[in-house]
Design a binder for this molecule. Sequence first.
Ligand SMILES: [Zn+2]
Length: 235
Amino acid sequence: MPSHDPTASPSPAVSSAKPQRQALTDSVYEAIKAMVMDHEIVPGARVGIESLSRSLQVSPTPVREALARLESDGLLVKRSLAGYRATELLTPEGMEQLFEMRLLLEPRAAALAATYADEAQLDTLEQLLDAMQSRPEVDGRYAAYRDFVALDQRFHDAIAVGAARPLLADAIERLHSHLHIFRLRSVPGAGEPTLAEHERIVRAVLRRSPERASEAMTEHLRLSLERQRNQEGVS
Ligand SMILES: [Zn+2]
């Protein structure tokens, strides 16, 4: 299972403190995830444990563990006898439905966070905002925008955690929205508007204004759906 701890550092530096085996599994997971995100593993394609362990020059064990994690991310599916396959990309309808769900869940989470987030959670939000300022990169291959996507996801998860409703937070995290959206295509130039929109959300939460927080989140989700729609037909 991937870590859902919103306070966990995205920096690869922390992995040196982990046991070696865990570090290996993590790096195998990231390597295969990048292949899926960049479509080197084509949507719908079979994903073989043997061939991956050969090309990554590792034993099958970390590959198997990585594939199980990618299955819980929704990037792979397991068919009992046929093994793993990459999931299909979001269709335009799938994208609309994903944002429909997000618009149901996340403005509510932002409103609750404005009321219930504790000091430590507010600090986390501000830190995530700062960290994103230094990584406004969303173009190109997954390796280039990975940190931005991870921070964006963690920002939304942190709002959800601040809502003090574990079921709501779980529902939001399980969507893995950012992975599925960015796997479809990274949106050139989305970095800066995203930062400004996140800033508005944080300001409302810090002011303890549920209404404004909910509005700011709604606005952010509407605008990012709009950015996605404008990319349709562009590869
Ligand atoms: Zn966002």
